[in-house]
Write a protein that binds this ligand. Structure first.
Ligand code: SF4
Length: 359
């Protein structure tokens, strides 16, 4: 069956994006970039939006991306607005060759699963013991890592959920051999049984990144669950005793210099290298009820795959506005959407335009 056309006030078109109230900063730019990549040169995309800023941003985007705005209509004086854009044949130069940002394509995040033994109050992935597992399969992982290496990829970060709840974690990690590997874990459940065997059999060049939010149990346990701090400390010790390099990541709601200094002292005692400490704020995503607001404006892209999609950044996998694709592969398409989007963002900032800024 051929493509199904959509009927719009501006005529019949092969593709339509209804952006609702989205603006370019909050996700419309990703949607129209995805849709445009599926069209042939000269074909038309219709865009509908009820967001006033799109009246400025959409024509600017079309011009910067080398497309032609060829139709405009508004349903009432207050919108919504309709546009048709004809796809041009000139790709924007890649900004990455100019060294202005981290190269998209070198680093990849994978959500191995979404279930977790904890249900932290700031969890951006909405993971918990009751969350659907949504496991990334080993065959899919092998295909992903092979494609990634072929595209020049170097580094993978495996996260969740709690990855040690994935029954085939060892095979998943092994599938990424040859790439720089970091495995994020709460370090609470690999202490015995089958999971301990998985850990023991893992290559020692795998870096374990463990969450530890405070020097003493109070804050950590308040955010992550009673008794979780002491198990994390025990897990860090066990992993280090087995010869793993352990990096520690703390997630904090508030700036607390005294608490951070105390945490550093504790990590000194644990023997964690100063370069292996990450302290980051809570993002207003997932379970978090406040925190840093994220958008494609405020976050450098970090391509992230789940078994059922691809995303702009690992903190935003519950945010439909930051979804890149509806399947993890092909990886070239995921990277392509991000590169096209960033090329337009950078072209906009080079020309000094105040466009694509999320309110
Ligand atoms: S923040 Fe990490 S440990 Fe906590 S619920 Fe989410 S995935 Fe699990």
């Amino acid at each position: 069956m051929g493509p199904v056309n959509s009927y719009t006030p501006l005529g019949e078109v092969p593709a339509l994006v209804d952006g609702g109230t989205m603006d370019c900063g909050s996700g419309l730019l990703l949607l129209i970039t995805r849709a445009m990549r599926r069209l042939d040169d000269g074909e038309r995309l219709a865009v509908r939006s009820a967001e006033l800023s799109v009246v400025t941003d959409l024509p600017a985007w079309a011009e910067l991306a080398g497309h032609e705005l060829d139709g405009r209509h508004q349903e009432s004086p207050d919108g919504p607005w309709w546009f048709t854009v004809r796809k041009g044949g000139t790709a924007l130069p890649s900004v990455f060759s100019q060294g202005s940002r981290t190269s998209v394509g070198q680093r990849l995040w994978i959500y191995t699963n979404f279930d977790c033994n904890l249900a932290c109050d700031y969890c951006c992935a909405e993971s918990s013991p009751r969350a659907a597992a949504r496991r990334y399969g080993v065959d899919l992982a092998r295909e992903t890592f092979a494609d990634f290496a072929e595209l020049g990829g170097r580094e993978v970060l495996l996260t969740g959920g709690e990855p040690f709840m994935h029954p085939e974690l060892g095979d998943l990690v092994a599938a990424a051999e040859g790439l720089q590997r970091t495995l994020l874990t709460n370090a609470m459940i690999f202490g015995r049984g089958r999971r301990l065997e998985t850990l023991k059999e893992m290559d020692r060049d795998v870096v374990l990144q463990v969450s530890l939010d405070s020097a003493t149990p109070d804050l950590h346990d308040r955010q992550r669950g009673q008794g979780s701090w002491s198990k994390a400390i025990a897990g860090i010790g066990q992993a280090r005793a087995l010869g793993f390099r352990v990096r520690v990541a703390a997630t904090l709601w508030d700036e607390d210099p005294a608490g951070v200094a105390e945490l550093h002292r504790r990590l000194d005692e644990e023997g964690i290298d100063a370069d292996d400490r990450v302290i980051r704020p809570v993002a207003d995503e997932g379970f978090a009820e406040s925190g840093i607001r994220v958008s494609i404006d405020s976050l450098e892209p970090e391509p992230t795959l789940t078994v059922d999609g691809a995303w702009w950044h690992p903190v935003a996998v519950t945010n439909q506005n930051l979804r890149i694709a509806d399947a993890p592969l092909p990886l070239s398409e995921v990277f392509g959407v991000i590169k096209d989007t960033v090329a337009v963002q950078d072209a906009a900032s080079r020309t000094g335009r105040e466009v694509f800024r999320c309110a």
